[in-house]
Design a protein around this ligand. Structure first.
Ligand SMILES: Nc1nc2c(ncn2[C@@H]2O[C@H](COP(=O)(O)OP(=O)(O)OP(=O)(O)O)[C@@H](O)[C@H]2O)c(=O)[nH]1
Ligand SMILES: [Mg+2]
Length: 427
């Protein structure tokens, strides 16, 4: 086994992997196959070569080995025959499951979470993304450090198994915990800087592009704002948030952001690390949910994104559903079907610049619906109330006479009730 690995390191070839998933009462065969296709895209994004895929029908995963005993043996033989370097499972495995499988199959076993973490680690560019990813990786690693220990103890030999191994494990754990604390501290500082940056951005209307990974968010960002963002037919090309100004017409400009995409079973450690970034994205006035209209499982993609959005924030959102890549839809019937199912959705091709003028027009309409402009008259004798309005909207004009202060204020609809109440009290 060790020999085989050494040879592979010297051979300049991609890591050969085998993918494993299960289907059963929860996931039918068709869905399970699609999930493995997605896992294949993830594995290829990580630079590996997918040699074979295996699906087992099961009612529920095996507690010890995830797949059944017989299947473990089948996978072992297959791995040997096909010279597989790693086996990737489509679900998150417990540390014990990984250990048991590795022992039984004698080949490196990784799970979906580890694979996604690996992709994030290699795509992270900014200091912030790097910190977020490392934090998630270490949190994932911490309960799995025992694995290293069992390896170590096996090498040391049966006699002193606990002695040196355990000490090393404790040291490793302490190191990891210290590093986690320092990364958290670093992220808090970065968050602080971002709050300052956001305050400097003023109060333009903010829209955020969100969606499943590879839906075309960055392509749309580039088409709308000419921003030089990375566009790739890979999963998780974007990890850092980019914010640009978008001039909708001669009068109106907004800020639009492009950010990390979502995926089914996104490791919870990653969600935790990216929580602040994502929460900030979701504070936008409008969410533009970009969907790959050519994907056979687009309905599931829409659900995954909506579920993640509602798990990250309790606010109710104003969202626009945008079906992208319609240039690839050969059959006109598909657009009609989608239209019938999602009557409020818009259809675009970010790449071919189709439907973007209409998209901008629809954003303008939403802005017009979300803000009100109103003139207010405040009587001086009723007390100094002017400052109360500054927190509730943008004061566009202001003048006085002996008795009154006059404000022209633009405010979000959400603040209307408060504004009316104050205006009545100080009129
Ligand atoms: N045919 C076609 N391809 C598109 C369109 N929009 C995007 N793509 C392609 O889809 C792939 C993914 O595009 P990106 O813009 O990187 O997608 P993303 O949503 O930003 O993806 P991540 O950042 O990885 O989550 C690229 O290969 C794009 O060229 C479109 O309108 N038509
Ligand atoms: Mg992107």
């Amino acid at each position: 086994m060790i020999e085989k690995k050494k040879i592979n390191q010297f051979e300049d070839r991609a890591e050969r992997v085998l993918l494993v998933g299960i289907s059963g009462p929860q996931i039918n065969r068709w869905d399970a196959e699609d999930h493995l296709r997605e896992l294949q895209a993830l594995a290829e994004t990580a630079g590996t070569e997918v040699i074979e895929t295996v699906i087992q029908e099961r009612d529920k995963p095996d507690a010890a080995t995830f797949i059944g005993k017989g299947k473990v043996e089948e996978v072992r033989l297959l791995a040997e025959e096909l010279e597989i370097d790693s086996i990737i499972f489509d679900d998150e495995l417990s540390p014990a499951q990984v250990r048991n499988l590795q022992t039984a199959i004698d080949t490196k076993v990784i799970d979906r979470s580890a694979l996604i973490l690996d992709i994030f680690a290699s795509h992270a560019q900014s200091m912030e993304a790097k910190t977020q990813v490392e934090l998630a990786q270490l949190n994932y690693l911490l309960p799995r450090l025992t694995r290293q220990w069992s390896h170590l103890s096996r090498q040391v030999g049966g006699v002193f198994t606990k002695g040196p191994g355990e000490t090393q494990l404790e040291t490793d754990r302490r190191l990891v915990r210290t590093r986690i604390a320092s990364l958290k501290h670093k992220l808090e500082k970065i968050d602080q800087q971002r709050i300052t940056q956001r305050q400097q951005r003023g109060d333009l209307f903010r829209a955020a592009l969100i969606g499943y990974t590879n839906a075309g968010k960055s392509t749309l960002m580039k088409a709308l704002t000419k921003a030089d963002v990375l566009i790739e037919d890979k999963l998780f090309a974007t990890l850092d948030t980019t914010v640009r100004r978008l001039q909708l017409n001669t009068e109106q400009a907004i800020l639009i952001s492009d950010t990390v995409g979502f995926i089914r079973k996104l490791p919870h450690h990653l969600i935790a690390s990216f929580r602040t970034t994502l929460a900030e994205t979701l504070e936008a006035d409008l969410l533009i949910h970009v969907v790959d209209s050519t994907h056979p499982h687009l309905a599931e993609h829409i659900h995954v994104v909506s579920d993640l959005v509602s798990s990250l924030s309790t606010e109710t959102f104003r969202a626009m559903l945008v079906f992208n890549k319609i240039d690839m839809l050969k059959d006109k019937h598909t657009v009609e079907l989608l239209h019938a199912e999602y009557p409020h959705a818009q259809f675009i091709s970010a790449q071919r610049n189709v439907g973007l003028a209409q998209l901008k027009q629809n954003i303008i309409e939403i802005i017009d619906q979300s803000y009100r402009i109103r003139e207010i008259r405040l009587k001086f004798s009723k007390g100094a109330a002017e400052h109360l309005f500054y927190n509730l909207g943008q004061v566009l004009e202001r003048h006085f006479d002996e008795e009154y202060c006059y404000l022209k204020i633009k405010f979000a609809l959400a603040n209307q009730a408060k504004i009316e109440e104050l205006a009545a009290r100080y009129a």
